[in-house]
Write a protein that binds this ligand. Structure first.
Ligand code: ADE
Length: 224
């Protein structure tokens, strides 16, 4: 998979890819991530990427020209499955969307700023609009990092234990059951005995019950 991220703040996005699972995925060549600084696609001498909005009102709008130049350049080099615009008015990210994106070959992610991008960018290039939740961030960069993390960890070979993404919370619309590790007793608090029994069919059944219980209690909406 290849992901091209278009941003005015590449430095805000780099560190998530320099540690842990994402770093390993890049090193293994399972994914390529390229950052494109929008200011490199400006034509004016101030490298201006935003301007006042037509009709008046507070807040600047990101101009179409640098974005169109950048996206058109990328599209001339390869085919893209999707051009994703990070925006609070997009579809809220969930596991199903992450699963779908993990199967794609080439993705562009456009990070918005200020009041967002000129609507014509969305009409012309954008094929998916994604929000990471009902709150407003100061830009799309952190949201793009969230999408990349959720998607990249699903690519086969990225996680050590291939099955572990399959047992994640949400993967079957259930929350994950509680987990424990050593010591078996800590300050009088004991690990459920079943987990120490070695009876794997029973353990599996217990986990399913716990997952269902937890989901009923915390997220009944997932069971509807
Ligand atoms: N940009 C600003 N807020 C955002 C959000 N909640 N999700 C995605 N992109 C955003």
């Amino acid at each position: 998979m290849r992901i091209d991220i278009i941003t005015v703040l590449p430095e805000l996005l780099k560190s998530p890819f320099e540690a842990s699972i994402l770093k390993r995925a890049l090193e293994k060549g399972l994914v390529e991530v390229h950052f494109h600084n929008l200011r490199d696609y400006t034509t004016n001498k101030y490298k201006q990427v935003d301007d006042y909005q037509f009709g008046g009102g507070a807040g600047m709008v990101m101009m179409i020209e640098p974005i169109d130049k950048c996206i058109s350049q990328l599209k001339s080099e390869r085919d893209y499955d999707d051009v994703i615009y990070m925006t609070p008015d997009g579809t809220t990210l969930n596991q199903r969307i992450a699963n779908g994106l993990s199967l794609k070959e080439n993705l562009i992610i456009l990070c918005g700023h200020y009041k967002g991008v000129d609507q014509r960018v969305r009409d012309l290039h954008v094929t998916k609009e994604i929000s990471i939740g009902d709150y407003v961030l100061s830009g799309g960069e952190l949201a793009a990092a969230v999408v990349c993390d959720a998607v990249i960890r699903l690519i086969p070979g990225v996680l050590n234990d291939e099955t572990s993404a399959l047992t994640d919370t949400f993967q079957d619309n259930l929350l994950a059951p509680p987990v424990y590790t050593r010591p078996a007793e800590y300050k009088g608090m004991e690990v459920p005995e079943i987990l120490l029994s070695g009876n794997f069919p029973k353990i599996e059944k217990w986990r399913e019950e716990q997952a269902l219980e937890r989901t009923k209690e915390r997220r009944p909406d997932l069971l509807e």
